[in-house]
Design a protein around this ligand. Structure first.
Ligand code: IVH
Length: 706
């Protein structure tokens, strides 16, 4: 039987039906479908902590239903999920009825929607000054904490907005949540805010779960589900039957709103409420700002959209609230949410997609890295169709299988990652993926995993895939930085047989390049010129470009400084190499092993013949007074520019890292130094020197006497 979703309960059924038929069947069916889906996802998300779709996808469904209901108000039943905040009350905890409902917020998905909200506010409050409080939208769980006679008496989740779950015992374990209020606090004081898990705490928990799974898998048991993000981990941790488990989970809390208050609460402005909360000892987010006008609101949103990844916790937007509480009163609520606030949502960084396949790629050192071939999905600002799966173990522990629906995450500039499978959507009979036994290259040689190593490798020296990757690495930014020599050209060059190792690049001709697809006279001439000009790259670049295992840019820099030329490095022993600061035995051994291989020596000779600069032996006359000492430079100095200051430290055997730590010997500050370095140095009692102090340090290796 067709369910009638009209809201007119007093109207006889036939009339109700006639009224409804004016609505196209397509829209009616769609609304019904959306409503059922939203209810199902609410239950998965809130009731079982096991979401099957991302927040963005959920929001999309909800917005579509809101649009249909706005077009056909008679379709909007009183039990529509568009009217509730989504949560359901789980059976495990005692129910708590919120005396003032915990509503949700309307969303603005982009700047134009935020501007439209600002215009609505201006229209509703004509001629009045509009001040907004902008807050970070913490990606956690809404919580109400009630204090009676100054004592924490009850804490509850939001639930469906009317009834939540009693999580008092668990909330008592959260650091930073006051158990008592200072004297003079109102008789009843209900604080609302967000419980969240920091990224560091989430990573710790996830790694611990993965390690536990390792044991489970070894014992032949199924791996447990692993939390996919801090919010998921936070929700799971708060809703533990045993409060001891919650206590171990390192949850945090930001307060941002009041609920019921009896005997106090005379603030006129929201920013005063936040000050009161701070004064009572609640954590209030320091990024909150009061701003004038909607343009300043937009600037705040843009700023935090860019800087969201600098925070140690996750945010998914900005909440904008009218500051004046009397204005709020006049604006009131819609059936769903307050009119006086809006959530500006950042573009989603997590989406679900289908894992079409798992393949392995072979790196320049032969490492076989599994990667996910995904149904392309737009996430975190770009389309993602591939993502690394790191190694054999990670695939096993995450238990992702071809055909699975998986959560894909691309946060900021970070490379895309497959977070894990949506187990509830796994198809019956989905087979576990087995790591291949053979290299995917045409030689098809066996892949090996050495004892105790996480990586599986192709150990065939003539593997063409490794060769191509070595050439790509040689030409890359961090190496010889050859402009115009990308992956595609390298593949074309090796396929054509023009290049079989990177030293062959220097004998390439314009005529050869012209035989390749996509090259014309100008592009071919340019590439040959770019290759030629790379011959004069400084020694550390050349060293990095060789692609010696474990030898990265920092170690290359130290070696170049200490030995001065490639010849000296080639002929150095493991002991000589490892006596250099920053060069351990593993790197030193890897270097001598590399130069001991005859084909590598041959490559070096070809590079020499081609005229590649192998560096000059530097006669170092600076006394090594800073050997083993780390000196950080911050701000603008007058006698040295930044590079010169760092060189001066390194020339004397010291190091000049980019940040201050307990191991820092001194921090040198010029004009406008970085605030975080200064604070850190003060905290850690690291000596802070001015320019004169720095000059003294360079001369003597000691701190000037105070
Ligand atoms: S105010 C009536 N402020 O976002 C106003 N909510 O989508 C109630 N949230 O339910 C909420 N940070 O769980 C507010 N600074 C903030 C917030 C915030 C995160 C969450 C909260 C709320 C949801 C609305």
């Amino acid at each position: 039987m067709v369910r009638l979703r009209c809201n007119w309960h007093y109207v006889p059924e036939e009339i109700r039906y006639r009224a409804c038929v004016a609505i196209p069947k397509k829209d009616r069916d769609r609304a019904e479908y959306l409503r059922d889906e939203l209810i199902r996802h609410d239950s998965l998300y809130f009731g079982q902590d096991a979401p099957q779709i991302s927040d963005a996808e959920y929001d999309q469904l909800k917005r579509e239903l809101i649009q249909i209901e706005e077009k056909y108000p008679e379709l909007a039943s009183s039990d529509s999920p568009t009217l509730s905040v989504g949560g359901v009350v789980a059976a495990t905890f005692d129910p708590v009825t919120h005396r003032i409902p915990m509503t949700s917020l309307d969303n603005a998905m982009d700047e134009s929607e935020l501007l439209a909200w600002g215009e609505r506010m201006a229209r509703s409050l004509p001629g009045e000054r509009l001040q907004f409080v902008c807050e970070l939208k913490i990606d956690g769980l809404a919580l109400s904490i009630r204090y009676e006679a100054g004592k924490l008496s009850q804490a509850a989740t939001r639930g469906d907005g009317v009834t939540g779950e009693d999580v008092t015992a668990n909330v008592r374990t959260i650091n930073g949540v006051p158990k008592e209020l200072p004297s003079g606090a109102p008789a009843v004081f209900e604080v609302r805010g967000e419980v969240y898990m920091s990224i560091a705490a989430f990573e710790k928990l996830r790694d611990q779960k993965l390690r536990e799974n390792e044991l489970r898998v070894a014992e032949g048991k199924k791996p447990d589900s692993v939390p996919v993000n801090p919010r998921n981990a936070g929700a799971g941790s708060l809703r533990q039957k045993n409060a001891q488990v919650t206590a171990e989970r390192d949850l945090s809390f930001w307060a941002y709103q009041l609920g019921e208050v009896v005997g106090g609460g005379d603030d006129q402005f929201h920013h005063q409420t936040l000050d009161t909360l701070r004064g009572f000892g609640f954590p209030v987010n320091p990024a909150i700002e009061r701003v004038d006008g909607i343009d300043a609101v937009i600037a705040y949103c843009q700023k935090w959209q860019e800087q969201r990844h600098d925070l140690p916790y996750e945010i998914d937007g900005v909440v904008v609230k009218i500051d004046d509480l009397a204005q709020r009163e006049r604006l009131g609520f819609t059936s769903r949410a307050p009119r006086w606030a809006i959530a500006f949502k950042f573009p989603p960084e997590e989406k679900n997609t289908i894992l079409n396949d798992i393949q392995v790629s072979i790196g320049r050192t032969g490492r076989a890295t599994p990667f996910a071939v995904l149904e392309p999905v737009f996430v975190g600002g770009s389309t993602v169709s591939m993502a690394t799966l790191h190694n054999r173990e990670q695939v096993r522990l995450k238990d992702v299988r071809p055909g699975d629906t998986v959560v894909v995450r691309k946060a900021g500039d970070v490379i895309p990652e497959v977070v894990g499978p949506v187990l509830a959507l796994r198809k019956k009979g989905a087979k576990q993926w087995d790591f291949p036994d053979f290299c995917p290259c045409p030689l098809n040689t066996p892949l090996v995993q050495a004892d105790g190593e996480a990586d599986t490798r192709c150990v065939e020296p003539s593997c063409p895939y490794q060769r191509d990757q070595r050439i790509i690495h040689f030409a890359s930014r961090g190496g010889m930085d050859i402009e115009g020599l990308g992956e595609k050209t390298v593949f074309a060059l090796t396929d054509a047989g023009f290049v079989s190792d990177f030293s062959d690049l220097y004998s390439l001709t314009v005529e050869q390049l012209l035989q390749l697809d996509g090259f014309a006279e100008i592009s071919a001439t340019n590439l040959v010129a770019a290759i030629s000009s790379s011959k004069s790259r400084p020694l550390p670049k050349l060293l990095t470009a060789l692609g010696v295992k474990h030898l990265g840019p920092t170690a290359s820099d130290s070696l170049a400084r200490a030995f001065g030329s490639l010849n000296a490095i080639m002929n150095a022993s493991v002991e000589e190499l490892s006596s250099i600061d920053g060069i351990g035995e593993i790197v030193a051994t890897s270097i001598t092993n590399w130069f001991a291989v005859e084909s590598n020596r041959a490559i070096i000779e070809k590079l020499r013949d081609a005229g590649v600069d192998f560096g000059q032996v530097i006669i170092r006359d600076a006394p090594q007074v800073l050997k083993g000492k780390a000196v950080v430079v911050s701000g603008t100095l007058t006698r040295w520019n930044r590079v010169e200051a760092e060189e001066a430290i390194k020339d004397r055997g010291g190091k000049s890292p980019g940040s201050v730590s307990a191991k820092t010997f001194a921090l040198v500050v010029g004009a406008e130094p970085g605030a975080s370095k200064l604070t850190k140095a003060t905290e850690l009692k690291v000596p802070i020197l001015d320019e004169d102090g720095f000059a003294y340090l360079l001369e003597t290796g000691e701190l000037p006497k105070q």
